[in-house]
Design a protein around this ligand. Structure first.
Ligand SMILES: CC(C)(COP(=O)(O)OP(=O)(O)OC[C@H]1O[C@@H](n2cnc3c(N)ncnc32)[C@H](O)[C@@H]1OP(=O)(O)O)[C@@H](O)C(=O)NCCC(=O)NCCS
Length: 183
């Protein structure tokens, strides 16, 4: 969907630019997916499981940009790419058209300075403009910064999946389902 760039002042005094992802960002976003997947155990894929080609990523970004019911925002802090946040339909069926799915992640070095709050607040605002009635996500229950951010912005826990992830060391992580009403 359409988006007009926005600048936000972070709590550390740095400037954060929010802008829509464009096809020219594809290579940067593939690198980011690989690096952030290695920085945290909170994502579904191991870094080597990310096998997206440049063309696939460009096509994904283009479709997202042209979809009036989807938005993929990037955050830049002092000109450096810090992370991204998006919404997209849970599923394009008449009975589920009121629900959108949220995704967010930052490079580790940009965590804790308010970028997540800036990105997610903006995404929720635009999800409402796009006509969604509720925003949904799932999150590793032990991911305190993420759960803290979601609760701060009005998400409520509606369910859990025990042992949603099984790591290579044999340990497990549970998931929380979280929902925020937009109307
Ligand atoms: C989760 C993530 C997006 C949060 O973004 P962020 O920029 O670090 O968060 P913010 O600095 O805006 O903090 C937002 C709120 O989260 C909460 N929070 C942050 N760190 C926290 C922590 N360690 N423990 C508990 N709550 C925490 C606070 O309520 C904070 O608000 P406040 O600073 O006004 O008190 C970011 O840390 C990240 O990308 N992590 C790695 C990837 C990831 O886990 N993504 C989510 C997958 S579902």
């Amino acid at each position: 969907m359409e988006y007009t760039n926005k600048t936000v002042l972070l709590k550390n005094g740095k400037t954060c630019l929010l802008r829509r992802a464009e096809e020219r960002d594809a290579e940067m976003l593939i690198d980011y997916l690989k690096i952030t997947s290695g920085e945290t155990r909170n994502f579904v894929r191991e870094p080597e499981e990310i096998a997206i080609t440049l063309e696939e990523e460009q096509e994904f970004i283009r479709k997202n940009r042209e979809d009036p019911r989807a938005l993929h925002l990037l955050a830049e802090v002092d000109g450096d790419f810090a992370g991204s946040c998006s919404f997209a339909p849970v599923r394009e069926r008449s009975r589920t058209r009121h629900r959108c799915l949220i995704g967010i992640s930052l490079y580790q070095k940009f965590c804790g300075m308010g970028v997540g709050t800036a990105l997610l607040s903006e995404i929720l605002h635009y999800a409402k403009i796009a006509g969604y009635e509720q925003a949904e996500l799932d999150v590793v229950s032990a991911n305190a910064p993420a759960v803290g951010l979601y609760k701060k912005l009005g998400f409520e826990t509606t369910g859990t999946i025990p042992h949603a992830f099984k790591y290579r060391d044999g340990s497990y992580a549970d998931f929380l389902f979280m929902v925020k009403k937009l109307v």
